[in-house]
Design a protein. Structure first.
Length: 548
């Protein structure tokens, strides 16, 4: 199968991987997590993940090149794109809807090995990619992307995204202080106070979180793991199956009502019966969304989003613009769209109805009574219609059909009176019909905003004193260097790098019996420094014992 093409409107989110910037420590983090997870997941992961990991060609030894991953995933009709950390939810879903897996190419710090709030290559490549080799699950994720790309946000959620992205960057930056992290957390909490209600984007993000990211499957008393957030975390992959985590039978209603926290391990999870159950739940959710329901529901969601939106009418006509204000006068809805607005049909801008024809926006009058009148009027007649405090008058100069249905009534010398104030327009369009669909953005190629050029910050992690030793250990392990230097590397580590627990574990794999004793004694010292280190070191030692 061919590799999916990246749509032009998504290309600004694609960032270079800069593979050469990964440090020897970065590759050691990848190796530790992958080997530990592979050992842990043999009996707990869904078989589709383990089979896919082998088929994907992802090696536990070093960080993968995203371009190489595409070559493997293309056999299942998928591709990969490198992105710069957290990207907007609509863009993330849109990529997946086009059969493209977005992969954040940063990798977590040693300090965040158990869990990181930031998307990284361990999560994206090792968590999401392998299970996409399963056709049933891959189609479920692709469909998730299609639906998610049509989900409306609230205006305030755009600020929440920016604050959340800032927090994830700060938490993973090697230059951040505790004060920096605290400041970013406070800023995120502040932006969240401005969000009222729950948007479609928020709902589908919750559903994605409790399934694709953190889902369990099978017997609720002995479930298997399929969620990428669990599969890629050495902490979550064990924690999720303990009694510390409450397991709920999967329920669409309960999943949508359950908030999630991206900054800490999960306290509750959902167990589905099968991938088919997930697909049915996803389609059930889709029926509640504006792009399926349309109507006043969709109109309201578009206004709440405050962003470029499309309203589709039953004639096939589409109104594309930014809804700004929404007034209700009895059964009449008056919506002001701001900025360049256009009307389209059959994927093309209608003649005389492009962005240049409505540079200042558009006034939409929508209601059942008005619609019944517009279906009966004829060219040349004078329209004089009133509902509540709104009155519209003008000469009907043209009527346009779309797909054989009346779609547009055009007035000349029109006047709109509202609450006693009158506005005069030389030309006014009244859209005929019911709203059958509403969704963010536009599917009309000519109306898609020109993608802005994005400059990605390239923050190279500084090399540490441990990096040359990590690299030397790798060369010995791979047979590219003589083992005779190993005692010197161990002495150097023990004397000069008092906190380098991961380096000690890598040395332990290669050390002779005498040096093993020295390393284990020092690792026992490091275990006492924190509960997290105790877990990471103990699990690492057990893994070394198994492979030696």
């Amino acid at each position: 199968m061919s590799t999916p093409i990246i749509p032009s409107h998504l290309r600004p989110h694609v960032a270079p991987q800069h593979y050469e910037d990964y440090t020897p420590t970065d590759h050691a983090v990848w190796r530790y997590v992958m080997r530990l997870n592979l050992n842990t997941l043999q009996d707990t992961a869904h078989p589709a993940y383990l089979e896919g990991l082998a088929a994907s060609g992802i090696s536990p030894e070093r960080i993968p090149d995203v371009r190489d991953m595409t070559a493997k995933l293309s056999r299942g009709g998928w591709g990969t794109v490198a992105v710069d950390g957290l990207i907007p939810g609509v863009a993330f879903f849109d990529f997946q809807g086009h059969g493209l897996l977005p992969i954040a190419t940063d990798i977590r710090k040693v300090d965040n090995i158990l869990y990181t709030p930031a998307p990284d290559i361990l999560h994206e490549a090792a968590g999401h990619a392998p299970i996409l080799m399963n056709p049933t699950y891959a189609e479920f994720v692709r469909r998730f992307g299609e639906i998610g790309a049509h989900a409306f946000n609230h205006k305030a959620e755009h600020d929440v995204f920016k604050a959340l992205k800032k927090l994830t960057i700060v938490k993973e930056s090697p230059f951040s202080t505790a004060a920096d992290v605290e400041q970013a957390e406070v800023a995120l909490a502040e932006t969240r106070t401005h969000v009222t209600g729950i948007s479609e984007a928020n709902e589908i993000s919750r559903l994605f979180w409790w399934t694709v990211e953190f889902g369990l499957i099978g017997d609720i008393n002995n479930p298997q793991i399929y969620g990428a957030g669990l599969l890629s975390s050495v902490g979550e992959s064990r924690h999720c199956l303990t009694d510390a985590v409450t397991k709920h039978p999967f329920s669409l209603e309960k999943a949508l009502a359950t908030k999630h926290d991206v900054t800490s391990m999960q306290k509750e999870l959902f167990v589905c019966e099968s991938f088919e159950q997930l697909r049915e739940a996803l389609e059930e959710f889709a029926q509640t969304m504006s792009y399926v329901r349309g109507g006043i529901h969709g109109l309201t969601k578009a206004v709440e989003s405050g962003n470029l939106s499309t309203l589709v009418f039953d004639s096939g006509l589409s109104l594309v613009g930014v809804p700004d204000t929404h007034e209700i006068h009895e059964s009449l809805h008056l919506v002001k769209l701001t900025g360049p607005t256009a009307l389209a049909a059959k994927g093309e801008v209608m003649t005389g109805q492009g962005l240049a024809d409505h540079p200042e926006g558009f006034t939409l009058l929508h209601g059942q009574e008005l619609n019944e009148v517009l279906l009966q009027v004829k060219v040349g007649e004078q329209l004089d219609w009133k509902e509540g405090s709104v009155q519209v008058t003008g000469q009907i100069s043209a009527i346009q059909n779309v797909n054989g249905h009346r779609a547009l009534v055009i007035l000349e010398d029109a006047q709109v009176t509202k609450d006693g104030e009158t506005a005069t327009m030389s030309r006014m369009e009244l859209i005929v019909g019911e709203i059958t669909s509403a969704f963010p953005g536009t599917e009309v190629e000519a109306l898609k905003p020109i993608p802005e050029t994005v400059e990605f910050d390239r923050i190279e992690r500084p090399l540490t004193a441990a990096d040359p030793i990590f690299e030397a250990v790798r060369e010995i392990r791979e047979g590219r260097a003589d083992r005779q230097v190993l005692p010197q590397l161990i002495d150097q580590t023990l004397s000069q790098l008092p906190d380098a627990w991961l380096l000690r574990l890598e040395l332990l794999e290669l050390a002779d019996e005498v040096d093993q004793t020295r390393l284990i004694a020092d690792l026992d010292r490091l275990k006492q420094t924190s509960k997290e280190r105790e877990e990471l070191i103990s699990r690492g030692i057990r893994l070394v014992d198994r492979v030696r």
